[in-house]
Each structure stands twice: as C-alpha cells, then as structure tokens.
Design a protein. Structure first.
Length: 248
C-alpha cells in the first residue's frame, strides 16, 4: 500500500519545526512532509523503526488528516460553498418549492437551505475529538487492517466506530444552531405560506435529523477523498519496511 505520507507523519511532525519557514495555505502539510522526506538522506532499518513506531506514525497521520477535514468543513462556507457536500433542501420540500415558486416566494427556501448548511458547519468541529478518541483506541489489528485495506479503509473504520457517537454529539449543536440562525422559524414561515394555499398535499420534514445525516455524509465523503489521494502516491522510501512490518 502507498502509505509514505501517512505513516511518516509522526516523523514529519518532529522534523517540520526545524525544516524551514511555516507552511503557507498554498502548501499543505502533505506537500511539506513530502519535501522533508525527500531531503532525508538515511533510511531507517526495521530495527530502528519498529512496529510500535510505525503504528504511532499512522495514528498521528490520521489525526492530522481528520483535523484537516474538520477544519475545512467546520468553517463558514465549508459546506455551503463546497459543491460535493453542499446540503440541499430535503426532497420532501420539493412540492413546497414548486408552490412557493408560483407565489414568487422561493427565496424563503433559499434562505432555509443556507441555514441548514450553517448548522452543519457549526456541528462539524465536534467530530475532531471523537475521531481522535477512535484513533487512540485503534489496535495493531485495526492498523494492519487499514494499511492492508482498500483506499477507504480508514474512512470505513471511522464510520463503523464513530457514527453513533458523532450523531449524538452533533444533534444538540444542530438543534441549537437551527434555532439560533432562524432555520426553524424560517421553516415555520414557509409551511404557513405553503398551507395557506388550498388543496396542497401534506408535507413534513425533520430538519434536525436530516441535517445531522447530511453533515456526517459530507465529512466522510471528504475524508475518503483525502485518504484515496494520499494512498495514490507511490511509497518509494519505506515500502519494503512497511511491507515487512505489516506482513505484506
């Protein structure tokens, strides 16, 4: 597997402080780490870099990777401005949208959509501590499975071990944020306007559950993408070492 960047993150973090100027926004931690690795002149032996060290490096790399995803999505516009994780209105509101467009009031739904995304952005930072706890609980068998697994093995690990807790922790944040940003009030105004039209079908939408589900979906989408990108680069310096340690 191609794990030079992830596995070496534990070593990279120690070297970065001495390796030059701070990383700029245009230069990711992965790019900086690659530069550091290319400048190393010695390659550790299996005696110098044991299984425990490699697993620790993997865990630290996962910490950095998950922190980056949380930071990216947990800022203003993190969901709303990102086409791949932007949260649309629930499908159940399609009928409402059709009616309000005829009334010239579709902007009310646009406003609601923005508020749903803002709630997701506010809830996302909750994921960092939960991800890091899952990383801390990771066993050698888990690390081996991730290393030997498919391109989204780490993402699957997080989905399996953190989803229930993530949903539990995010739900009150989403609920409070939906109230604070006026999403609930906006929804009530929309439904009042909608139901004022005779003979329209009944429509219900659980904005809280919908937003939590979409927030988790977005986080795991970006996490899987970052994991796949990291794995796609050839592990030139430490492939043989890692294969020996992880039995590949």
């Amino acid at each position: 597997m191609n794990w030079r960047k992830w596995i070496s993150a534990g070593v990279i973090s120690a070297v970065l402080a001495l390796s030059g100027p701070p990383v700029t926004p245009a230069q990711s931690w992965l790019e900086k780490g690659r530069d550091v690795l290319q400048n190393l002149t010695t390659e550790p032996t299996s005696q110098e870099l044991g299984t425990e060290t490699i697993v620790s490096g993997l865990k630290e790399a996962l910490q950095v990777g998950t922190a980056n995803v949380v930071q990216q999505l947990g800022q203003s516009g993190g969901f709303y401005d990102h086409p791949d994780v932007h949260i649309p209105l629930p499908k159940s509101l399609d009928k409402v949208q059709a009616v309000l467009e005829k009334l010239g009031a579709s902007s009310m739904l646009d406003d609601l959509e923005l508020r749903l995304n803002r709630a997701a952005e506010q809830a996302t930072p909750k994921a960092k501590a939960i991800f890091w706890q899952a990383i801390g609980d990771m066993t050698l068998a888990d690390a081996r499975s991730i290393y030997n697994g498919p391109d989204d093995a780490a993402t699957r690990y997080f989905q399996e071990t953190t989803t229930p807790e993530l949903a539990t922790e995010m739900r009150p944040v989403v609920r409070n944020t939906l109230n604070q940003v006026g999403a609930v009030q906006s929804y009530d105004r929309i439904m009042n306007r909608y139901t004022s039209v005779p003979f329209v079908p009944d429509v219900k939408a659980n904005l809280e559950t919908y937003t939590v589900d979409k927030t988790l979906e977005g986080i795991f989408t970006i996490l899987a993408r970052e994991e796949a990108a990291i794995r796609s680069e050839p592990a030139k310096r430490s492939t043989e070492l890692l294969r020996k340690v992880f039995g590949k």
